[in-house]
Design a protein around this ligand. Structure first.
Ligand code: TXA
Ligand code: MG
Length: 349
């Protein structure tokens, strides 16, 4: 398959190209497109054949359900069995935006899209290119992140090309995404709302809207032996090609530890990388030192993390160390992704 590339911005949407992309989707084809979180790999959510193609293009296990993207509030009711009051309050406060809610699904949604589950994940993205595309496709696009399974989610169209060239009909380049981490997922099907994947919409924010909200134990304590409720959270995602270790401790101790380790690697001819902050990036001696941003700017760190992991791959870095980024605000989402990239390797110094 030859993949067609189209470039546009949210401010200047290419209507003709969106129409064409909509026709590709309605005919059962695949289109990668920008959202405010990460790029998505879209197919018609109501067509089982499209969902099968998404799994094949991504190389993803088909028990891992997809998120259904909508672009109008009135399109929610037909795909879910009921809309709890909490969902209405969350939609009012957070949609369009980086929040995914889990509902009981209606018969309109094929089991191929939900990995066989009788629940469905729904998101109303705020990116205007995404909204135009969803409307052109007929209202429902199933879209996982547009990476090959196991690679970091794409924050630039270039990374969709690296992973999906020749596997999808079209890739829409809408420039760099704003947020850089996937949406927050909240389960509303069991009474007590539970966060299944931390993201840009924080637990604090959700609690302001709903009152008490829990986080899936499997996320807070990855070694607890509990299976995560979002099937995708059990896979080792975001894996860079080299090995990554998170180093936690006081600032000087972390710098001393990482510099000692990277020096040992250099003596053996192993290429090293460090993920750090603006405050510390001059202190390291690794082959490649990348600041994710100022330590207090969770938003910048979130937006750069996946790109840094991909850049290390391009630079053929074999051993990487990262500073830890704390737990407040976006810290929970950042550390969740970083821990997965590190396969939970963490040392305290
Ligand atoms: O920001 C995002 O959410 C991006 C953009 C493209 O919208 N999409 C995304 O999709 O991250 P994906 O497929 O990479 O991650 C979807 C996650 C997986 O962990 C999956 O297991 C979980 O959502 N999920 C989907 N449907 C579910 C359901 N019915 N119950 C529990 N978890 C579900
Ligand atoms: Mg993904």
């Amino acid at each position: 398959m030859i993949t067609e590339y189209i470039t546009m911005t949210e401010e200047a949407i290419d209507r003709a190209a969106i129409e064409k992309a909509g026709q590709i989707l309605q005919a059962g084809g695949l289109v990668a497109f920008p959202t405010e979180t990460v790029y998505g790999l879209g197919g018609d959510a109501l067509n089982p054949e499209s969902s099968r193609k998404i799994y094949a293009a991504k190389g993803r296990p088909s028990d891992n359900p997809l998120i259904v993207h909508i672009c109008r509030m009135e399109d929610l009711a037909p795909i879910v069995r009921d809309i709890p009051d909490e969902a209405l309050r969350l939609a009012e406060a957070c949609w369009p935006g980086p929040l995914t809610m889990i509902f009981h699904k209606s018969d309109l949604v094929p089991p191929e899209t939900t990995g066989g589950l009788d629940t469905v994940a729904v998101r109303f993205p705020s990116n205007r290119i995404a909204m135009a595309l969803i409307a052109a496709a007929g209202g429902y696009i199933a879209a996982p992140s547009a990476n090959r399974s196991g690679r970091p989610s794409p924050t630039l169209a270039r990374y969709c090309r690296e992973d999906l060239d020749g596997r999808v009909e079209m890739i829409i380049d809408g420039g760099p995404v704003g947020i850089g981490l996937e949406s927050t997922i909240i389960d509303l099907t069991e009474g007590q709302p539970v966060i299944l994947r931390p993201g840009y919409v924080t637990q604090e924010r959700l609690e302001q809207i709903l009152g008490r909200v829990e986080t899936d134990r499997a996320i807070i304590e990855p070694d607890s032996g509990t299976a995560p409720k979002a099937p995708g959270m059990k896979y080792r995602h975001y894996a860079p090609k080299g090995s990554l270790t998170i180093v936690e401790g006081g600032r000087e101790a972390v710098i001393t530890y990482i510099n000692a380790r990277t020096r040992e690697c250099r003596e053996k001819g192993i290429r090293t990388g460090v993920i750090c902050t603006d405050e510390t990036c001059r202190c390291y001696t690794a082959d490649s030192v990348k600041s994710a941003g100022a330590r207090t700017s969770g938003e910048t760190i979130a937006s750069r993390l996946f790109r840094i992991l991909r850049e290390f791959d391009d630079e053929e870095i074999q051993v990487m160390f990262s500073e830890s980024f704390g737990e407040g605000g976006l810290g929970q989402a950042i550390m969740n992704r970083l821990m997965k990239a590190a396969g939970h390797k963490i040392v305290q110094v």
